[in-house]
Design a protein around this ligand. Structure first.
Ligand SMILES: Cc1cc2nc3c(=O)[nH]c(=O)nc-3n(C[C@H](O)[C@H](O)[C@H](O)COP(=O)(O)OP(=O)(O)OC[C@H]3O[C@@H](n4cnc5c(N)ncnc54)[C@H](O)[C@@H]3O)c2cc1C
Length: 368
């Protein structure tokens, strides 16, 4: 085995890719800037295992979620939390879909849906909510997922280097990764799996940027009142909110389309902003009171929720999906340098689409 791969970024994508390449016989080194794996977007997110419902405006994303859902639930069953009822409520005003359209959309993609029982419907304000549905959607425990990935990496013999930040990449026959410490590593193939930082690495390497939009997001953690404890609730489809289990901390998350984003920008060559630096240095005042205040109009029981703390992270999407809310994958091979790859998934279960895409290079022996 003479070939080696270097993966930059130890989030879920970098870890899963490391396992995949290792299983295909490559020697893999995984570089992670932080002190542990999966501490950034792979931990600070809503923990929703998507099953299509969230994307009535992007058929492809909805359909791919539906296809990938059972695979993720089976492959990562130890981290799956299905102990709660998942509820989608449709707002009467300001929603981009009405109840009829939402039901039709679910039926078209084959996603199970039924009207919620009275015991759940009566939790909502009838003047503001048109219909309430029960659907099939779960959450994942990001702390357990991290342990699963850590075990897999150790068992399979991937070299994991924590506290190791890549500064830039360059062609030197093979692909050279120059670390922030000045050390240089060379790989037959190098994968940029740094999510919000993908363009930072490209910019420092003098390579063209990918059109991306970044948002500084606030994920509020609450202790829900007893009547919401075993429910995950999403109000669709517009400037509304979600509150659902965040299994890694035994709490519920609360996110709000209007108040979760604190700042957003698109990457351009002029005036490039480093997302992690922006998050680290921007003073942020929590929007939790606004989120709770607005959400309790639809779901009055939320007035008894106890605010615990907020998690902040950069959320990155491809610029082309800003309006349709789609979450496709980004996969580029030979990006500016031979055997330099870019990999990003807009949600956790997209990993299967990434691996399917990469399989063609590996089987075609493009990657030595
Ligand atoms: C607020 C929010 C809510 C979300 N909700 C959901 C949801 O409910 N369900 C869902 O499926 N998806 C959700 N997502 C999307 C999901 O979190 C991401 O698709 C996924 O976590 C991306 O994984 P990743 O490994 O690419 O990124 P990350 O987990 O961010 O990993 C990137 C890693 O790269 C490291 N890194 C960065 N720069 C360098 C460098 N120069 N050198 C070395 N390492 C570096 C970072 O430290 C980090 O560990 C959400 C995202 C956010 C932000």
């Amino acid at each position: 085995m003479h070939d080696n791969a270097i993966i930059i970024g130890g989030g879920f994508y970098g870890c899963a890719l490391a396992v995949f390449l290792s299983q295909h016989g490559h020697q893999v080194t995984l570089l992670e800037a932080g002190g542990d794996l999966m501490q950034r977007a792979s931990y600070v997110n809503q923990a929703r295992i998507h099953n299509g419902y969230h994307y009535p405006r992007s058929f492809v994303t909805a359909w791919r979620s539906l296809v990938n859902f059972p695979r993720f639930v089976l492959d990562f069953r130890e981290c799956v939390d299905n102990s709660f009822e998942k509820v989608y409520a449709i707002a009467r005003r300001g929603s981009k879909v009405n109840a009829y359209q939402f039901r039709q959309f679910c039926q078209n993609i084959g996603a199970p849906i039924r009207q919620a029982p009275v015991s759940i419907r009566r939790l909502f304000t009838p003047d503001l909510i048109e219909e309430v549905f029960i659907v099939r959607e779960f959450a994942f425990n990001a702390a357990i997922l991290r342990e699963l990935m850590r075990d897999k990496l150790a068992r399979i013999g991937v070299t994991v280097r924590l506290n190791t930040a890549a500064h830039h990449v360059e062609q030197a026959g093979r692909v050279r990764v120059v670390l922030s410490s000045g050390e240089a590593l060379e790989g037959d193939a190098v994968f940029n799996c740094t999510y919000a930082q993908i363009n930072t690495l490209l910019q420092r390497s003098g390579l063209p940027l990918i059109p991306m939009k970044h948002e500084i997001t606030e994920l509020v953690l609450i202790e829900p009142p007893p009547e919401l404890r075993e429910l995950g609730i999403t109000v669709m489809d517009g400037a509304f909110f979600s509150t659902m289990p965040f299994p890694a901390e035994g709490l519920h998350s609360l996110s709000h389309v209007r108040y979760t984003p604190h700042d957003s920008w698109a990457d351009t060559l002029d005036g490039y902003r480093d997302p992690y630096e922006t998050l680290a240095h921007q003073p942020i005042q929590s929007n939790a009171p606004y989120m709770i205040h607005d959400a309790q109009r639809y779901l009055p029981a939320l007035s008894h929720a106890r605010y615990v703390r907020s998690l902040y992270e950069v959320k990155t999407v491809l610029l082309k999906n800003e309006t349709d809310d789609g979450r496709p994958i980004l996969c580029r091979e030979d990006y500016g340098l031979k055997h330099f790859y870019l990999v990003m998934g807009g949600k956790i279960d997209n990993i299967y689409d990434v691996l399917t895409y990469l399989r063609q290079f590996i089987s075609a022996a493009e990657f030595p």
